[in-house]
Design a protein around this ligand. Structure first.
Ligand code: SF4
Length: 121
């Protein structure tokens, strides 16, 4: 995976999260706690990787696959932990979320620019 490809991928994720931009953090927290795939008791029974060591990226892909609240989880983690995010959340390893945080913060500026441009036109 090239760095350019990863940048574009993360920018795409930042755009995708726009639909949650105005969601209350407490609502995001509620939905992640109630519906997150890793929040159920059965998901903690066995480590999905067995005895083999896994990268965080592989663990994120495995742990979060099919989770119905990936976006909510990611949005909440970006808001609450920011650049200090750690571990696996929202289907991404921490390295990706730290890079995503930069693009995610810019989305607010992008929206503001758009609003300002819209009102001027
Ligand atoms: S996205 Fe991953 S870490 Fe977040 S609630 Fe779903 S399974 Fe858990």
């Amino acid at each position: 995976m090239t760095s350019r490809y990863n940048d574009l991928r993360l920018i795409g994720i930042a755009w995708r999260l726009d639909h949650l931009r105005w969601a209350e953090s407490s609502n995001l927290d509620d939905v992640v706690r109630s519906s997150g795939a890793c929040m159920t008791a059965s998901s903690t029974a066995e480590p999905p990787c067995g005895d083999r060591p896994m990268t965080d990226a592989a663990l994120a892909e495995l742990l979060c696959a099919g989770c119905p609240v990936v976006d909510e989880c990611l949005e909440l983690e970006l808001r609450t932990a920011g650049e200090d995010t750690f571990g696996v959340w929202g289907g991404l390893p921490e390295e990706d979320r730290r890079e995503l945080h930069f693009h995610w913060r810019r989305r607010g500026e992008r929206a503001l620019d758009h609003e300002e441009g819209g009102s001027a036109g």
